[in-house]
Design a protein. Structure first.
Length: 247
């Protein structure tokens, strides 16, 4: 799929966004993010932005932007730092990963007592609304329902996840009703869930394979040497370690 300018901007700025927000490399690794955004393309990215009116004037802004690869690193870093909510990204991502893991485990064990679609909708809105101006009003309403603080979005996700895993159908329904009555958020959630459904594969949110480095190659070579010398019943080529050192 042809990479377009909005996607190129996202891909080029993503490493700086992760660094300045404090996200570790294993959370949505860059290669996974690049593959996902390539698959989506400009059209789907902009479609997701439209319900919240984030696309207003974007075409002109994108046209005026230089080639993303020509933007210096300090410009990306400054831009992220000037975005006030960037300090909330890591706490919210940490909580969302933990909450999603617990909810998914319960769902797989057929112990989930609430509508999974409503849960996906609730988690999506709670994860997005704190980072856009259009989310202030709905976050106040959700904070009241969850008896938490609008200034602590991570805490609201924790409270929502607890309601889900404890089978608190009343709270889950109140959150879903709150989203439904906010037309722009109901539409945003609809587009988001539809894009998830239509996506051709399940993206890996967590990467566990470290990038190849001289240190890792050295460790692997040493393991092969030890196995070749001491391992019972093994028949490795005598030059296996040398081949690994050369690689």
């Amino acid at each position: 799929m042809k990479t377009q300018k909005v996607v190129k901007l996202l891909q080029q700025g993503y490493p700086y966004f992760k660094e300045e927000s404090g996200l570790p490399a294993w959370v949505v690794p860059e290669h996974s993010f690049r593959r996902m955004t390539d698959e989506l393309g400009d059209e789907s990215v902009l479609e997701l932005s439209q319900p919240l009116r984030l696309t207003e004037g974007m075409a002109e802004i994108v046209d005026r932007c230089p080639d993303p690869e020509m933007v210096p690193a300090d410009a990306w870093q400054t831009a992220v730092k000037l975005w006030p909510p960037h300090t909330q990204v890591k706490p919210l991502v940490d909580v969302c990963l933990d909450a999603a893991s617990r909810i998914l485990k319960q769902f797989q064990e057929e112990g989930l007592k609430v509508d999974p679609v409503a849960v996906c909708r609730g988690m999506a809105v709670l994860g997005c609304a704190p980072f856009v101006a259009q989310g202030k009003r709905i976050m106040k309403e959700l904070a009241a329902i969850l008896e938490g603080s609008v200034t602590d979005p991570a805490g609201l996700v924790q409270r929502y996840a607890q309601a889900v895993t404890s089978g608190d159908t009343d709270t889950v329904k109140r959150v879903d009703d709150c989203i439904a009555k906010r037309r722009q958020w109901a539409e945003w959630a609809r587009v988001f869930l539809q894009q998830m459904k239509d996506f051709p594969y399940t993206p890996k949110v967590i990467g566990v394979t470290p990038p190849l480095s001289a240190e890792i190659v050295g460790v692997l070579a040493q393991m092969i040497r030890e196995e070749d010398n001491d391992g019972p019943g093994r028949d490795y080529p005598e030059d296996a370690a040398g081949q690994n050192d050369a690689s």
